[in-house]
Design a protein around this ligand. Structure first.
Ligand SMILES: *Cc1c(COP(=O)(O)O)cnc(C)c1O
Length: 369
C-alpha cells in the first residue's frame, strides 16, 4: 500500500497542525458538567458578545442565504477603504486574516524560497510557510519580542516574505514606530513585509505605530487586520489585508472565489459603524488587564507586558500541570509550550467575573503544589 504521509510534500510532512483553544463543549463532555459553568479564556475572543448592530445586519442578510455572497465584497471594501484612508483596490478580504496570511504564502513562497519570522511568533506563520514547501527562517526573540535587527540580518536573496506581528500573539510584545521606521527602510524592496495587526484596535493611542501610515511609502508592505478580536466576530471568519494595488491584485488571483460569506460581509460592515462597541471592548480590556495583573501580583506571579487582550503568565515552573488543574476547575486557558514557552500560560482577558474565576482557580491549583 502506498504511504500517503511519505507522498505528501516535504514541508507538509514536517508540519504540526494548529492547536486551537479547547472548546467549551469538549471540556463539558469530559467533566460531565454544564457548559454554562465553564470559563473559556483561551482564544483571545471578545468577552462582550457581538455588536447588536452586527447581529441586526446578520438577521437581515439571512433572507439571502440561498444566494452566493458578493465575491468582490464591494460594500465592505468601500467601507474599509473609507475607514483606512486607502483605495478599494488596495483591500483584500479574507476568511479571517488567517486567510490573508495563507494567500501571501501561496502567491509569494515556494520551494527554494524562505520566509523570516521570530521565535514565539504567531503559529500560523510556520504553517503557511511550510505548507507551500518554503523554508522558515526563525530568528531568536529578544525579551520575548521580535528582534527586528536579527530579522533584517536573516533576510537573504531567497527571502520573499517577513512576518511581523504588532502586538505579537502569544507574547503580547510590541515594537515602536521608530523601530518599524528603521526596519521598513532597511528591508530590501523584493521582500514583502506582512505586518500582522490582529490586536491593533486594543493598542491604539499607545506608542505603537499604525501600519496604515506606512502604506503609501512602502509598496512592499501588507497590513493584515481582523474582525475576530476587538470587533467580536471570530465565528464569522472575516479579516482583511491592505497593501499596494499590485499585491492586492496578486492575492485576488489565488483566493477562493467566495472566500468571505455573506453574513460575515454584512456583519463586518455593521461592526465598523459601531464605534460604541469598540470603545466598550477597549475599556473592558483595560480594566480586565488591571484586574488580572493585580491578582497575579498577589499570587507572586510575573507576566510579559502585553498590548493585546491577553497576558502570558510566567508560572516559573512547568505550566502543563497547572493548565490541567485549571481545566478540572472548569477554566480553559492556553498552554504555549508549542511556542517554546513551557513555563507560561496565555490567558485572555475576560469579563470581570471570568477574570475573578480564573484567579481563584489559579490560586487553588497552585496551592496544591
Ligand atoms: C487571532 C490572530 C490572527 C487572525 O485571526 P483570524 O480570526 O483568522 O482573523 C492573526 N494574527 C494573530 C497574531 C492573531 O492572534
Amino acid at each position: 500500500m502506498s504511504d500517503f504521509l511519505a507522498l505528501a510534500q516535504a514541508g507538509v510532512q514536517q508540519l504540526s497542525p494548529y492547536v486551537p483553544g479547547k472548546p467549551v463543549d469538549e471540556l463539558a463532555r469530559e467533566l460531565d458538567i454544564d457548559p454554562a459553568t465553564i470559563v473559556k479564556l483561551a482564544s483571545n475572543e471578545n468577552p462582550l458578545g457581538a455588536s447588536p448592530k452586527a447581529l441586526a445586519a446578520i438577521r437581515e442578510a439571512l433572507a439571502e442565504l440561498t444566494r452566493y455572497p458578493d465575491g468582490n465584497g464591494f460594500a465592505l471594501k468601500q467601507r474599509l477603504a473609507e475607514c483606512c484612508g486607502v483605495q478599494p483596490n488596495q483591500v483584500t478580504l479574507g476568511n479571517g486574516s488567517n486567510d490573508i496570511l495563507e494567500l501571501v504564502a501561496r502567491a509569494y513562497l515556494a520551494p527554494g524560497l524562505n520566509a523570516v519570522f521570530s521565535e514565539h511568533a504567531f503559529a500560523v506563520y510556520p504553517i503557511v510557510t511550510q505548507a507551500v514547501g518554503a523554508r522558515a527562517k526563525v530568528t531568536p526573540a529578544k525579551d520575548w519580542g521580535h528582534d527586528l535587527s536579527a530579522m533584517l540580518a536573516a533576510i537573504d536573496a531567497d527571502t520573499r516574505v517577513v512576518f511581523i506581528a504588532n502586538p505579537n500573539n502569544p507574547t503580547g510584545t510590541w515594537f515602536s514606530a521608530e523601530a518599524l521606521d528603521e526596519f521598513l527602510q532597511d528591508v530590501p524592496g523584493h521582500v514583502l513585509v506582512v505586518l500582522d495587526e490582529a490586536y491593533i484596535e486594543y493598542a491604539e493611542g499607545g506608542d505603537l505605530p499604525d501600519g496604515l501610515d506606512y502604506l503609501a511609502a512602502y509598496p512592499n508592505l501588507l497590513v493584515s487586520r481582523t474582525f475576530s478580536k476587538a470587533y467580536g466576530l471570530a465565528a464569522l471568519r472575516v479579516g482583511y489585508g491592505l497593501s499596494s494595488p499590485v499585491i492586492a491584485d496578486v492575492l485576488n488571483r489565488v483566493r477562493q472565489p467566495f472566500n468571505v460569506n455573506s453574513l460575515a460581509l454584512a456583519a463586518a460592515c455593521a461592526a465598523l459603524d459601531d464605534a460604541e462597541y469598540l470603545a466598550e471592548s477597549r475599556r473592558l480590556n483595560e480594566a480586565g488587564m488591571q484586574q488580572l495583573q493585580a491578582g497575579l501580583r498577589e499570587l507572586g506571579l510575573g507576566w510579559i507586558e502585553s498590548k493585546g487582550n491577553f497576558l502570558a503568565v510566567d508560572l516559573a515552573r512547568e505550566a502543563a500541570p497547572v493548565f490541567q488543574g485549571l481545566l478540572r476547575e472548569g477554566v480553559i486557558v492556553r498552554p504555549v509550550a508549542n511556542y517554546g514557552m513551557p513555563n507560561h500560560l496565555r490567558v485572555t482577558i475576560g469579563l470581570p467575573a471570568e477574570n475573578a474565576r480564573f484567579l481563584e482557580a489559579l490560586s487553588k491549583v497552585l496551592a496544591r503544589g
